[in-house]
Write a new protein. Structure first.
Length: 339
């Protein structure tokens, strides 16, 4: 393929894997991703990517989420849209514009996302972010990134705030929990709780969303974690996982966030794309092929200018040993039009 032909093709990733035809080291010149190399503040981007048919279908595969709004037409003027969390990993991975992704053996500990607008098929989206804070705790070096995706017309699509340990031994730290837990999600459903499929204006505190069962495979995890860009990590490579004291590759925290995004899209409908928010903590590793169950408990409902704002606790549980892998909190405006 000539350089001219390649440049005419639209692309959808942070980096272009077709460079491998012309160079041996795709990460040449990038910094080693260790705490000592951080610059605070440090900016990443802006970079523009295209939300094309392939990008949407690839995400649908990795999440096993074939929402017709993404594949056919949506309530947003009938136009196809990307899944709510479609751009989440692009924002998380912005740091690999300056740091070598295949040398990263880290642990994503916390994720927040604010959903402000859907992204449409064919739209060119601009991504930018910054490392805003770094600190050490319990012998680990943490860094905080804030980032956002902006549409062609300048509207904000989604905002992200993530906390990451840049380099660690994932198998040794998983399950330790936070040293300063602000709130706790214990993953217990009250006895006699009413089970609901959707969050509506008549939803009450104590209601529980019908659980979602899912299995994330090794193939789905590898594709989500950029094997198509030749990035090697604890999610896409067995040997890298073993070096991190893991039995098998593990599912990226951001991929679990996407599962929760699917779950809450089903619960809130189109309002999730314009008024949704979650804050998640990743507290245990999740191996590929390990079945999971996603559940959410309504904790508060209050009237506001946009409608009834509903707050929930949400969690993901490994079905193999019933341990929680992800816990968090979410809120959105209850659906009023059946969608």
């Amino acid at each position: 393929m000539t350089t001219e032909a390649r440049d005419e093709m639209p692309w959808r990733d942070l980096t272009d894997p077709r460079r491998a035809a012309e160079m041996d080291d795709l990460e040449a010149g990038l910094k080693d991703p260790v705490f000592e190399n951080l610059d605070i503040p440090e900016s990443f981007g802006p970079i523009t990517i295209t939300v094309d048919d392939h990008k949407i279908k690839r995400f649908a595969f990795t999440q096993d989420d074939y929402n017709p709004w993404a594949l056919a037409e949506s309530p947003f003027d009938g136009r196809r849209i990307g899944h709510a969390c479609l751009l989440g990993n692009d924002l998380v991975q912005l740091f690999t514009l300056k740091y070598a992704g295949s040398k990263t053996v880290g642990f994503h500990t916390e994720e927040q996302m604010w959903f402000e607008s859907p992204v449409f098929l064919g739209e060119k989206v601009t991504l930018s972010g910054s490392y805003v804070e770094a600190y050490e705790r319990r012998g680990q070096g943490y860094v905080i990134m804030e980032a956002k995706a902006v549409g062609e017309d300048g509207r904000t699509i989604v905002r992200h705030r993530g906390v990451e340990i840049l380099r660690t031994v994932p198998g040794a730290i998983a399950g330790r929990g936070s040293s300063k837990p602000e709130r706790r999600v214990d993953g217990v459903v009250p006895e006699g709780a009413r089970q609901i499929d959707r969050v509506t204006a008549d939803t009450k505190p104590g209601d529980v969303l019908k659980p979602l069962d899912k299995v994330i495979t090794a193939e789905q995890t590898a594709v989500f974690s950029r094997i198509g860009e030749y990035v090697r990590n604890t999610h896409s490579d067995f040997l890298v996982a073993r070096a991190g004291q893991l039995r098998m590759p593990i599912v990226q925290g951001q991929q679990q966030a996407g599962v929760i995004g699917e779950y809450l899209t089903s619960a809130f409908g189109q309002r999730w794309f314009t008024d949704g928010w979650f804050q998640l903590k990743f507290i245990n590793t999740l191996e590929v092929f390990d079945p999971i169950e996603v559940t959410a408990l309504v904790t508060d409902c209050k009237a506001g200018s946009k409608g009834t704002e509903v707050e929930l606790e949400v969690w993901i549980r490994r079905q193999s040993d019933r341990k929680l892998t992800t816990v968090g909190w979410a809120r959105c405006i209850a659906a009023t039009d059946g969608r």
